[in-house]
Design a binder for this molecule. Structure first.
Ligand code: ADP
Ligand code: MG
Length: 226
């Protein structure tokens, strides 16, 4: 599904150069659940952002389902993201002055969909993550766990093939973290491919494969034994 070949990402500011990723080769198959671990600053978010086409590599190639993503224009990338990707972030990234329902509906923006089927789909995903009873609330009125479940609903509303999650449980207590992991595991069981950055070894164990990074490189990439 995904093939990264010799991916590099160099950040240049006035005098400082930072190499965030060095010579990354990585293949991910359809239906995998991959956990990425490693110390702060080792390039995990940069790798996830490149997979998510939020960032472009300074070298190397990214192929997704036999399409050369690296060669796509910004306009084509926007369509690519809409059709294939869902994002979940550590800090939820909900819009404060929109309700839960409105935030989730945003995940369908740029999709031509009749109002009734749109409302139906929003209701379906709110149910799915157990947030329907908070549909009219604003993010500030929700617990962290509820905010993250709303953010997951927004991410999955377009039925993405690939879900990218950057420390999705990083701001949550144990119980809410476990709920988020349950939802991700279920989505993976239903066929979604998931790549998740985490600092939690127990959450990484729920993935089927773990990748360890250090200083912009992949140091171990092993199938976890199940
Ligand atoms: N926009 C940026 N400009 C300059 N350096 C950056 C930028 N984003 C990340 N970096 C650097 O790239 C390296 C990897 O960062 P990141 O991918 O965020 O690490 P992680 O997610 O593993 O903590 C770090 O050294 C970081 O300081
Ligand atoms: Mg990070």
């Amino acid at each position: 599904m995904i093939a990264l070949t010799d991916i590099n990402r160099l950040y240049r500011s006035d005098e400082i150069e930072t190499t965030a990723l060095r010579a990354i080769d990585l293949s991910i198959n359809q239906g995998e659940f991959v956990a990425i671990m490693g110390p702060s600053g080792c390039g995990k978010s940069t790798l996830l952002n490149i997979l998510g086409t939020i960032d472009r590599p300074t070298g190397g190639t990214y192929r997704f389902q036999d399409e050369n993503v690296t060669a796509l224009s910004d306009a084509k990338l926007a369509t690519f993201r809409r059709d294939h990707l869902g994002y979940i972030f550590q800090n939820f990234n909900l819009i404060d002055d929109l309700t839960v329902e409105e935030n989730i509906t945003l995940g369908l923006v740029y999709r031509k969909m009749a109002g009734s089927s749109r409302r139906e789909r929003v209701a379906e995903v709110m149910d799915r993550v157990g947030i329907a009873h908070r549909a009219r609330h604003f993010p500030s009125q929700l617990s962290g766990g509820q905010q993250q479940r709303a953010a997951i609903a927004r991410a999955i509303i377009g039925k993405p093939d690939l879900i990218l999650a950057d420390e999705p449980t990083g701001n949550l207590d144990t119980e809410n973290g476990a709920q988020v992991m349950d939802i991700l595991t279920q989505l993976n069981n239903e066929g979604a491919t998931i790549v998740m950055v985490t600092h939690s070894p127990s959450h990484a164990d729920l993935a089927r494969r773990r990748i360890d990074m250090l200083d912009g490189r992949i140091v171990i990439s092993a199938e976890t034994m199940i």
